[in-house]
Design a protein. Structure first.
Lengths: 385, 624
């Protein structure tokens, strides 16, 4: 029986032909929404945020296309070195990081200041995908199949949680767990872990959450459960965020007409709380549209993952899209007071260079996976195969 | 192998779809949350957003002015440059004051006051840091205000009393309300009362007419940012404050000021009254104080000086001081004698300088006596013996009844607090007060206005006005065109005419006790009057031996009070004037100031000025 092997494009024009334009268009929509909202919260001005955001998005866009051109083998070869590099940067943050707002998350490399945690999110996904690509399917639910991934996730998680950055840590852990699950972990094992987790939650309930979380994290949980507590202090931002969103109504106050954002009731609106400004000016219609675009991106990611033939591309795509979707869920959940305060930006809309570049790089990998979806690099090639 | 691959692919697809489903559910949850916030609860959040966006800044009303009878402002408002601090916007108050220190040096006392105020009220209430600043200081703070968070330069209104001490007792003064004042006011007034620089009446007319003077606060709607900075004002959605109503007094600022000056450093009172209406034209107590000092917060040293002054400047002697009326009371006794027929015309009483009653001797002020005197002569020369005699003939009950008719012992209400009623004694009163029977000696003393009878200068003015007009006029301080004319006093015109004749003779005839005054001094307008001396201390025999003969030999506070009541014109009375000089050493201390004040009042009366006024008849300015 002749097997029809679908081809993998080999030259640049051929690869460009295979670009997933739907995904590209959705990403451009998000970036444009970001530029528009930053223009608005900047007081109807390109300065100081909108113009930078546009430039970064453009750079990120080029980078994304370039990344998409590389074959999977290239990324497989790079997976472990990139991961180790990101780990080194995280350690550097520990010893020589820049402290901003009480958290040590940035490190200066030459003229640029980057957040190694952002790089780690991609590096982790690459490393896990590479590991499972090389692992025999039958060995997923064994000690030798489980221990390395847990270490790959655990080491950066410990480094990041000590910055302290609980949000990123949880994001990292969630992404890692999803990749392990997608790699084919057996259900009985999942059930056992879930049972243990449940027991853990019960244990925490008895032992007391306050003995586990840092004081400021405990305060956030307390504030989340009691919106009227300390309304001018810890609950000021969460409450103002909800007011900003809610006052937008069905269709919003109109572009550049947001009073909460213009009058400064939500400082730092350009970063984590940008979605509330959007909700204030464009209302429910605007908010649900952004949500829909993000959902379509997520769906597109899943479709691409399923269409891939190699475990590396599948898991990489699933991992990147999980990180992305978690970002969106945690951010919008937080600003709408569905979740406690966790400092997580809204991808491609929030202001912040490293995040934009990291997200665009992630989508570069996904677009690359789509182009090379039929590629089947050899498995079990060893550490540097 | 191949089946394995397919199995793996299927497994991955299943799990991917499962994850996608979970993600989809999570996003659906977010959508539901947005729907709940933005569609279902939008009204609530829109209100909260507007609450953020807009402030209603209280606009305090202008306090109503207090005007004299001619419209001259005697209590007015002037601009005051001040600096306010809102703790909510400034953060720590102590460090905010430190930042302000280079532009506005504050003493320990002020710092303490500001910090105390900051602790006692909500942090969004502004605190007055300094009031009544000079322009230079105010301008430098204005210039630096953008760097001084929470510090607001402001132009407010502050009460001013252009006539200073002359009106102090009548007008009273305003001060910032204390916690008790705030508790005593309705709750809705609290925001206004706590408004920085807002003051309420504390004494006098200021407190008595507070509800008229205060007015209604307005509110300015402003758009503010999160730091409380005003972005813009929305006057079309604001309410203007309603200024307080002006209060018009019957006083004449010119006469009031003159009377105050004329009393000088004496401790005493002057009261001028329109005898036909009871309108008070002057109501002066001296020495006085400057009420402007109280508005800005009087220093404790200044206040102690006022309190410890033995001439009692804080005490409103004109209505609160009560004195034996002395011989001025003889006008009432004479009216009673004539009304009851106990002093028939032509009948005389012989004055030898003293009269015995039992084992007591009662003296006339003139030790060598007046000889035979009739009622007219007795009034004119103020013969005590004559009045002992007719007081005894009248009896205390008839005397009491007549004195009461003339307002002695009557509680008057002139619309400010503190009016004392004095005392007109009778046997029942003495019984309840001292548990003693009434004696003829008590009647004698009452007959010459000594002993138990006491009256305030205001009451003496009422008495004078009632004698002069024959009407039961009551004193009033507030202009009221609707005042009904007072009823006739119920004493025969003949009796009143003869009393007035005697009072005219006191001033206008040789031998009268005040003839040396030389009369009113305006054309040929005559005046009438009566002197009085209220004994404070009896010079003892031992002191007399030691050479103390005259009032001048006594320490000031033991000297007699001098009184003079008068009115003019004598033939057609219009104005009554009473002056009481505490420890003046005798009536002569009061006569000249009283006459001078009365002269000025009469001179200001339109009808006594050039005849052109009479020729105009009923014509009004601008009319035909």
């Amino acid at each position: 029986m002749a097997v029809f092997r679908e081809s993998v494009p080999r030259d640049i024009p051929g690869k460009m032909m295979e670009l997933n334009w739907t995904l590209v268009l959705l990403l451009v929509l998000l970036g444009a929404a970001g530029v528009g909202m930053l223009y608005s919260v900047g007081g109807g001005s390109w300065e100081p945020w909108a113009i930078n955001h546009a430039i970064r998005f453009a750079l990120g866009f080029v980078g994304m296309i370039v990344i998409a051109m590389f074959p999977p083998r290239f990324w497989m070869g790079l997976a472990y070195p990139v991961y180790v590099g990101a780990l080194i940067l995280l350690v550097l943050v520990e010893v020589a990081g820049v402290t901003i707002n009480g958290a040590q998350r940035w490190v200066d490399i030459g003229p640029i200041r980057i957040q190694p945690a952002e790089i780690m999110k991609l590096a982790l996904v690459l490393a896990l995908a590479r590991f499972y690509h090389d692992l025999e399917d039958t060995k997923v639910t064994t000690i030798s199949g489980l221990l390395p991934p847990l270490l790959i996730i655990g080491i950066p998680a410990i480094l990041i949680v000590s910055q302290p950055d609980l949000g990123t840590t949880l994001l990292l852990a969630a992404t890692g767990v999803v990749v392990i699950f997608m790699a084919g972990l057996s259900w009985w094992f999942i059930m056992a872990v879930a049972g243990l987790g449940l027991a853990g939650i019960v244990g925490v309930g008895i032992y007391g959450l306050e003995n586990i979380l840092a004081e400021y994290q405990m305060d956030r949980v307390h504030a989340f459960l009691n919106p009227d507590f300390d309304p001018l202090g810890i609950n000021y931002h969460p409450n103002q965020a909800v007011i900003t969103l809610g006052s937008g109504g069905m269709t919003g106050k109109g572009f550049l007409e947001g009073t909460q954002s213009k009058l400064g009731y939500l400082p730092e609106m350009q970063t984590d709380y940008i979605f509330t400004a959007l909700g204030e000016e464009f209302g429910f219609v605007g908010g649900i549209s952004v949500l829909a675009v993000n959902a379509l991106i997520m769906a597109q990611g899943v479709i691409i993952a399923i269409s891939c033939k190699s475990p590396f591309l599948r898991l990489m795509t699933i991992g990147v899209i999980t990180t992305f979707a978690s970002y969106v869920f945690i951010n919008i959940g937080m600003v709408s007071r569905l979740l406690p305060v966790v400092g997580v930006p809204l991808p491609l809309i929030s202001y912040g260079g490293t995040v934009v570049l990291a997200v665009m790089a992630g989508f570069g990998l996904i677009l690359g996976a789509h182009i090379h979806r039929n590629a089947e690099p050899p498995r079990g090639a060893g550490l540097f195969g | 192998m191949r089946a394995d691959r397919q199995e793996q692919d299927l497994k991955f697809t299943r799990r991917a779809l499962l994850m996608a489903g979970a993600g989809g559910l999570a996003f659906l949850g977010l959508g539901a949350r947005l729907y709940s916030l933005q569609v279902l609860e939008t009204e609530r959040y829109r209100l909260m957003s507007e609450d953020n966006q807009f402030n209603f800044n209280l606009l305090p009303p202008s306090r109503g002015r207090i005007l004299d009878r001619f419209g001259v402002a005697v209590a007015d408002n002037r601009d005051s440059y001040r600096v306010l601090l809102v703790p909510e916007q400034s953060g720590d108050v102590a460090s905010a004051l430190d930042r302000l220190q280079p532009f506005l040096p504050l003493g320990e006392y002020d710092r303490e006051r500001i910090l105390r105020t900051a602790r006692s009220q909500r942090s969004f209430h502004a605190i007055t840091v300094a009031d009544d600043l000079d322009w230079h200081t105010f301008a430098s703070i204005n210039l630096n205000a953008p760097d001084l968070a929470g510090v607001t330069p402001d132009v407010g209104e502050v009460r001013s009393y252009p006539f200073g001490p002359a009106f102090a007792h009548v007008l009273g003064y305003v001060q910032p309300p204390n916690d008790e004042d705030i508790a005593n006011n309705p709750r809705e007034a609290e925001r206004l009362l706590r408004h920085p620089g807002f003051r309420i009446g504390k004494t006098g007319v200021e407190i008595a007419r507070e509800s008229d003077l205060r007015g209604q606060a307005g509110a300015l709607k402003t758009e503010v940012n999160a730091r409380g900075r005003v972005i813009r004002e929305l006057p079309e959605q604001s309410t203007e404050p309603d200024a307080g109503r002006d209060v018009v007094l019957t006083l004449d600022a010119d006469i009031q000021r003159y009377a105050h000056e004329r009393l000088g450093q004496e401790s005493g009172s002057a009261v001028v009254m329109d005898v036909n209406t009871g309108e008070l034209i002057a109501l002066v107590s001296a020495p006085s104080f400057d009420p402007n000092l109280f508005v800005g917060g009087i220093s404790s040293a200044d206040y102690a000086a006022l309190r410890e002054n033995d001439r009692n400047p804080l005490f409103q002697k004109s209505i609160q001081g009560t004195y034996p009326p002395g011989s001025t009371f003889k006008a009432v006794v004479a009216a009673a004698a004539l009304e009851h027929g106990v002093a028939p015309p032509g009948e005389t009483v012989r004055c030898t300088g003293s009269v015995r009653l039992g084992d007591r001797e009662f003296h006339c002020w003139r030790r060598r006596g007046h000889g035979s005197v009739n009622l007219r002569e007795a009034v004119k020369t103020s013969c005590d013996i004559y009045f002992y005699e007719i007081a005894e003939r009248l009896g205390i009950d008839r005397l009491h009844e007549m004195a009461t008719r003339f307002g002695i012992g009557e509680q008057f209400d002139i619309g400010i607090a503190g009016v004392r009623r004095g005392n007109m004694p009778n046997p029942a009163w003495k019984r309840s007060r001292y548990n003693q029977g009434w004696s003829t000696g008590d009647t004698y003393n009452t007959g010459i206005g000594q002993g138990f009878v006491t009256a305030s200068p205001l009451q003496l003015a009422v008495m004078t006005a009632r004698v002069a007009s024959g009407r039961s006029v009551s004193p009033t301080l507030y202009r009221n065109a609707m005042l009904p004319p007072a009823a006739h006093i119920g004493v025969s015109d003949d009796a009143l005419a003869r009393v007035r004749d005697g009072l005219r003779a006191v001033v206008e005839e040789p031998g009268g006790t005040s003839f040396s005054l030389g009369g009113l001094g305006i054309d040929d307008i005559e005046m009438a009057g009566k002197t009085g001396t209220a004994q404070v201390y009896s010079i003892t025999a031992a002191e007399r031996e030691a050479g103390v003969r005259d009032q001048e030999d006594l320490p000031w506070r033991l000297r007699d009070h001098g009184l003079f009541m008068c009115y003019a014109p004598a033939d057609n009375p219009k104005y009554a004037c009473v002056v009481v000089i505490e420890h003046g050493g005798g009536s002569s201390a009061a006569t000249r100031p009283a006459r001078d004040i009365l002269r000025r009042v009469v001179a200001r009366d339109p009808s006594s000025r050039a005849g052109v006024f009479a020729d105009l008849g009923n014509a009004r300015p601008g009319g035909a």
